[in-house]
Ligand binder design. Structure first.
Ligand code: PTJ
Length: 254
């Protein structure tokens, strides 16, 4: 990895770029993953590279939903593996559930490399190497699923994806949690809970919310979900971006 000084004003963003680059070099992230990261970076810049209050509320709701679920599932793709492999393992451990590798640009070699990486980081159980069914209505490899994992789950976390699997999972009657920096994406609009934040900040926050909320009775978790409004969260994210841009414009241009 390139040695990036912590004093660099864009330190976090440069480290994330390096991680995706290393993922591509080691063969577990797709080259398209670099473009996806660039798109994410652009939205993160518009947010001011911080966790906005509506993302905090969404993260809390996501934690409540995962704790209420009978069979929650966590999906991992090549970008997620590059950016937060260790943190996803910690989230799975907090929920005592497996991780499932699911790829759009699927190759068996990439699936194995990601599963090996997750095991190396301490994952107890990794699904996805031997899919035995598929999500109806999808014409590509992302449809592949495992019984006992995503296929049978009632709540699925799908970070950094395009929208069609989100729609297909919702059509199966599942509740879907998205992590996506683009509040206008189809995934963000179709998901039950959309966390508009950088996955690097989200996953540790989500794990800490799961730990905090796990002591609450189900009725309290249900109340968190009843109060949650995904459309409002997305509207607030767009507003935060507009306000941040206006502030930047005032500071830098005027
Ligand atoms: O590993 P594979 O083969 O499954 O492919 C993974 C990628 C990410 C390449 C694939 O799912 C893809 O092409 O995704 P998209 O359509 O580019 O969508 C990714 C979404 O995630 C976009 O809306 C990005 O803005 C968003 N995004 C990118 N990086 C981050 C992010 N959101 C949160 N945190 C990020 N770091």
């Amino acid at each position: 990895m390139t040695d990036i000084p912590e004093s660099h004003p864009r330190y976090a963003s440069l480290v994330a770029r390096e991680r995706v680059m290393v993922g591509v070099k080691r063969g577990f992230t797709s080259s398209q993953g670099l473009i996806a990261q660039g798109r994410g970076e652009c939205f993160d810049y518009l947010l001011g590279e911080r966790t906005i209050p509506s993302a905090e509320a969404a993260t809390r709701a996501a934690a409540a939903l995962l704790l209420l679920a009978e069979r929650p599932a966590l999906s991992v793709n090549g970008n997620v593996a590059a950016l937060v492999a260790e943190e996803m393992v910690a989230l799975a451990a907090a929920l005592k559930i497996p991780l499932e590798v699911n790829l759009f640009h699927r190759s068996e070699e990439r699936v194995k490399k990601i599963a090996d990486l997750l095991r190396e980081k301490g994952a107890k159980e990794v699904l996805g190497e031997h899919p035995d069914t598929s999500v109806p209505g999808l014409g590509h490899a992302r449809a592949l699923a495992t019984r006992g994992g995503i296929f049978d789950a009632d709540v699925v976390l799908i970070p950094l994806e395009d929208g069609d699997r989100c729609e297909a999972l919702v059509a199966m009657g599942k509740k879907v949690i998205a992590i996506d920096l683009n509040p206008l994406s189809r995934t963000a609009r179709k998901a039950t809970v959309s966390i508009v934040d950088n996955i690097i900040r989200t996953v540790p926050n989500l794990t800490s919310q799961v730990r905090q909320l796990s002591a609450l009775p189900r009725a309290d978790l249900e109340k968190i979900m009843q109060k949650y409004d995904n459309e409002k969260v997305l509207r607030e994210a767009v507003q935060e971006m507009q306000d941040h841009l206006n502030r930047q414009f005032q500071e830098k241009i005027n």
